[in-house]
Design a protein around this ligand. Sequence first.
Ligand SMILES: Nc1nc2c(ncn2[C@@H]2O[C@H](COP(=O)(O)OP(=O)(O)OP(=O)(O)O)[C@@H](O)[C@H]2O)c(=O)[nH]1
Ligand SMILES: [Mg+2]
Length: 173
Amino acid sequence: MDKPISLVFVGDDFVGKTSFVYSILNKQLQQQYVLGVYEQIASKCTINNKVISYNLVDTPVYEDYDKIKDLSSFKDNSIFIMCYAVNNSSSLFGLVQWTQQIRSQGVLGPLVLLGMKDDLKYDASSIVTQKQLQFVKDKIGAQLDLVCSTENKYNTHFVIDQTLKLARKQYQQ
Ligand SMILES: Nc1nc2c(ncn2[C@@H]2O[C@H](COP(=O)(O)OP(=O)(O)OP(=O)(O)O)[C@@H](O)[C@H]2O)c(=O)[nH]1
Ligand SMILES: [Mg+2]
């Protein structure tokens, strides 16, 4: 059997990572939910009649990026989902630093840029522009850029599908 693919969610505080993971798993986010360094949750889906096993890896945010340890365990069979909120351009630019953090640990896997909270794209003061998005996408070398909204379930399963397709291509499963 193929080794599970890890989908590792990183990005600034409050962009919606945990809500997304829970929505994929059909669970309600608990207010008291507390994470360790990271939490891995196993799941499965079928693409082109093939069952794919994957781990959703949620990461908490610390004030200091250096406190995130052990990303090196995601060197193989992993894809990083670089999360920002579409109504917060600073969370998009924060991904440049996240990428440095990941790469400095020798993790070379592909990156997917994911704009979250798409339902808020019309009423935000700090909305991400196409130009900013393209700049960060090029800067971090993301292979895909997608948007979703956990709030209204827009594109959430599509994000998983597209990411797993990219992973299968990359790791030739
Ligand atoms: N409007 C809207 N709000 C969302 C969406 N996804 C998450 N939120 C809200 O955004 C807040 C932060 O969500 P979390 O999932 O805790 O964010 P996080 O990235 O896991 O945050 P940290 O664990 O602190 O890094 C919560 O109040 C969520 O209810 C969305 O798609 N739309
Ligand atoms: Mg969280």
